[in-house]
Design a protein around this ligand. Sequence first.
Ligand code: ADP
Ligand code: MG
Length: 288
Amino acid sequence: AVPLVVAISTAVSARNGLLIRNRTAFENSRMITTIIFDKTGTLTKGSHEVAEVVTFNNAITETEMLRLAAGVEQHSEHYISQGILRKAKEQNITVPASENFHYLPGKGLEGTVGGKDVKVVGPNYIQEFKIAVPENKAEEGVETAVYVLVDQQPVGYIKLRDQIRDESAEAIAVLKKNGIKNLLLTGDNERVAQNVSDKLQVDGFMANVLPHQKQEKVKELQAQNEFVAMTGDGVNDAPALAQADVGIAVGSGTDVAAETADIILVNSNPQDIASLILFGKATYRKMI
Ligand code: ADP
Ligand code: MG
């Protein structure tokens, strides 16, 4: 027979949009003291619409740049890739074949299109490899910008606009009211991270974070005796989800995140995390 508490918690978790993969982690969720949120796709929708396509010094046409970028992005399921591919489709661009595709984790991707090396990368890559870029407005405003490099030469940038999930602010507010610290971690740039953090009033944020650094941050907090939950949706969040005391994956995210997590937010609603913790505390009180 199924113990009553288990039966109740299973029913309540289903009603609250939670899929429990690890019961111990679920039961321990009442002990969470800090929650780390990935930004993109977790607190935001990952709806990434191309807002601007800008080329440098007529090095290339905007259509050609979009075509080359789409050529490499077709191999990735990242929100940035999907946004660029939607834009290409909208403009009736035939996406070219590409080869030698690989990820530059936390920085972008690379491939060969028509014999040319094409990279689509974040500002962090440009900085790291000290690539000289003409004066431009890519790194202004609160959109996510990616540069396009053809045979190592920067030819322009594409800006993409994401949207904050409607439920995110309320979720953060409830967590704060219950004394649970919250932190936003993102591979995206400082301005985008600051903007989302301000709008959601999170306790703190870190930008330009590489996948292994998300995991290190979880470890660091655990060493400070925090009981840490990590919420994420991407392949890049998997190490941190595994490291966390409670790993929570967003339902709309990647399979890798879901397979690594203890709990899945079926409706991709961050408010369900607040319900999870409060429910855990209430159930535990009833048991003792
Ligand atoms: P997050 O932590 O917000 O989920 P990621 O680690 O997935 O972010 O990505 C970090 C950064 O790497 C992006 O903001 C972008 O600059 C770059 N990047 C990641 N994936 C892609 C892609 N498919 N195309 C271009 N740039 C990418
Ligand atoms: Mg993400």
